[in-house]
Design a protein around this ligand. Structure first.
Ligand SMILES: Cc1cc2nc3c(=O)[nH]c(=O)nc-3n(C[C@H](O)[C@H](O)[C@H](O)COP(=O)(O)OP(=O)(O)OC[C@H]3O[C@@H](n4cnc5c(N)ncnc54)[C@H](O)[C@@H]3O)c2cc1C
Length: 437
């Protein structure tokens, strides 16, 4: 049975406190709020957001899983129109055989096109391509008054810009048209390089900007001293393949919530040491799936964090402060003794998104996953916030479950402009938390 929780399993929502309506193409009309106790709507797609942007306690979730049809595919020009619940996994199955690819993809293929727009997702190619919103040509938005509005960079532009990165608050996206990326084949030529500290990371990242489409680094967040920020740098470009790509859905799965203590400082430290020192093949040609989606190989990996779930913290810091800010953040984490199991570092480029509330901006982004240990974890994230705010950075709503209204208004100064476009009957846990009025 589908669970209407977010990926981090935090905050937890009592299932009796969220009504769910399924959206079907063409025949959908909003239920009457007057006759219901639930005061607002929110679309829910694959629930791959970590915090509460996809949750609506005491409200109605509009499940988009049946909006799963392709509408038009122009194979020559690489333009696809599909319903908003179609997943990236299904799109790849359609387009890769014709040497097309998603213009931007996150670290999982199990997300929907509607979710990709609402969080204006970014990928390993942000420095070359910007966010998903840049490739959106048109969409249809269903407002709660029944109006269907076509939005594009030239039609209803205000609503278009507000919906890209609009956290699902401007209405229900019905279908989307966007452009694809031409590729020579389904493989990636990949290079993996071990680096011993943050300085080496910056050097690698700067030198890879020009010639590499995709760059990202895994870091050992428990390393300290001269080895602070050591890790593995991965860079890749699309290339031809002699074999036909085989589409597979993950077979391995974590069947139940692991005991909460499984991921602790000692186990993470042991894993990090092994991972950092593992023999690496510097150059290799790999299939795109393990390159982009290594975590998809194990379904429900989020259950490894136990019943209390986990919190992700993803921030971006302007480039001019990257050295000091990253040094401060990693030192805070090491001193806290709390270990982030997955820690990822990447430099964003300066390609601007049309989205009013888009998260990515030029600078360095750090993403961390902490098992939820209650107040102790919240205190650590508050300490990281101090650094983010000191250097004029920002935190990603798609991964957030605890930012304050004050922090939000500092990170997203366009919020006031955005508010004009919010559908009066749409809301979310995230919205009520950051804008309590
Ligand atoms: C393993 C993993 C790796 C990830 N890596 C990245 C990454 O590299 N980069 C990145 O940017 N993100 C990343 N994410 C986050 C993920 O890409 C986003 O949270 C994405 O938006 C999830 O899409 P979804 O379909 O699951 O939407 P949901 O989580 O269900 O919903 C997300 C938001 O979209 C809104 N929404 C969904 N459908 C519609 C619709 N039809 N109309 C209007 N609003 C809608 C919802 O209301 C909600 O506000 C990752 C997540 C995971 C689990």
């Amino acid at each position: 049975m589908k669970i209407y929780q977010s990926w981090g399993h935090y905050p937890k929502i009592d299932k009796d406190k969220q009504d769910v309506y399924h959206v079907y193409p063409d025949s959908f009309s909003f239920p009457d709020l007057e006759s219901s106790d639930a005061p607002s709507f929110l679309a829910f797609a694959q629930g791959r957001s970590y915090g509460d942007v996809c949750l609506n306690e005491d409200g109605i979730l509009l499940d988009t899983q049946h909006l799963d049809h392709f509408i038009h595919y122009n194979k020559e020009k690489g333009i696809l129109r599909c319903e908003a619940g179609v997943t990236f996994e299904n799109i790849l199955q359609l387009i890769v055989p014709h040497n097309w690819f998603l213009p931007v993809t996150p670290g999982t293929k199990y997300i929907s096109v509607g979710g990709a727009i609402a969080n204006d997702i970014h990928g390993k190619n942000h420095h070359k391509a910007g966010t998903f919103g840049k490739y959106v040509l048109k969409f249809e938005l269903l407002r709660s008054n029944g109006e269907r509005v076509i939005c594009s960079p030239t039609e209803n532009t205000g609503l278009f810009n507000a919906t890209i990165g609009g956290l699902g608050l401007t209405g229900l996206i019905n279908w989307v048209e966007f452009s694809l990326k031409k590729i020579p084949g389904s493989n990636i030529e990949q290079e993996t390089i071990r680096f011993n500290n943050l300085e080496e990371f910056y050097r690698l990242s700067d030198e890879s900007d020009e010639g590499w489409e995709y760059t990202v680094a895994w870091i050992d967040c428990l390393a300290s001293g001269d080895e602070l920020g050591r890790g593995l740098f991965m860079r890749g470009n699309h290339c031809e393949s002699n074999k036909k790509h085989k589409f597979k859905h993950s077979k391995l799965s974590v069947p139940f919530n692991a005991p909460g203590f499984l991921l602790n400082k000692y186990t993470v430290n042991a894993f990090n040491n092994l991972y950092f020192k593992k023999p690496i093949k510097q150059y290799s040609k790999v299939d795109y799936d393990p390159f982009f989606y290594p975590l998809d190989a194990i379904a429900n990996w989020n259950k490894l964090y136990g019943k209390k779930g986990f919190m992700q913290y993803q921030c971006v810091i302007p480039k001019e402060h990257r050295e000091t800010a990253m040094h401060e953040m990693l030192s805070i984490i090491t001193a806290s003794g709390q270990a982030s199991f997955l820690s990822v570092l990447k430099e964003f480029g300066d390609i601007k998104s049309p989205g009013l509330l888009s998260f990515p901006r030029p600078g360095i982004t750090l993403a961390l996953d902490f098992p939820n240990r209650g107040q102790k974890t919240l205190d650590l994230l508050n300490e990281l916030d101090v650094v983010t705010q000191k250097y004029n950075g920002s935190v990603y709503p798609a991964k957030d479950a605890r930012m304050s209204p004050h922090a939000f208004s500092q990170y997203y100064p366009n919020w006031k402009e955005f508010e004009k476009y919010i559908d009066p009957h749409f809301s979310s846990g995230f919205r009520r938390r950051v804008d309590p009025k």
